[in-house]
Design a protein around this ligand. Structure first.
Ligand code: 5GP
Ligand code: ZN
Length: 110
């Protein structure tokens, strides 16, 4: 998708502090961190949000979930919070699906 901020980050057109990349996923530090460690994990495929998932995305989503603890380990997080906002009313501001991974200090109650 040409006019998507996170697609541009994957393509290297917008710089980011990349922490992980493989064939399917890209992870980078949030520009406005809400915790000591605040990562964004995204699929390289442009998927808008959970509501946009198709049956053929099942394996990709499984792999995405398995990537979360890999990143947490890489960042030495003992505990962490994973959030994905869906839709403007769900707090989503960037419409390319992403998992927030927050940790690094004691997180407040949710
Ligand atoms: P959302 O509100 O859509 O769940 O989260 C979007 C996140 O993207 C926000 O936490 C915001 O700080 C982050 N963000 C927005 N623009 C950029 C950017 O250009 N670079 C990086 N690294 N993060 C961004
Ligand atoms: Zn995109």
């Amino acid at each position: 998708m040409t006019d998507c901020l996170f697609c541009k980050i994957v393509a290297g057109e917008i710089p980011s502090q990349t922490v992980f990349e493989d064939d399917d996923f890209f992870a980078f530090r949030d520009i406005s961190p809400k915790a000591d460690t605040h990562l964004l994990l995204i699929p390289k495929k442009h998927i808008v949000n959970l509501d946009d998932l198709q049956p053929e995305d099942e394996a990709l989503m499984g792999k995405m979930m398995l990537t979360v603890p890999k990143l947490a380990k890489q960042e030495n997080l003992e505990g962490y919070r994973t959030i994905t906002n869906t839709g403007a009313k769900g707090g989503q501001e960037v419409f390319h699906m992403h998992f927030h991974i927050l940790g690094g200090s004691e997180l407040p109650g949710f």
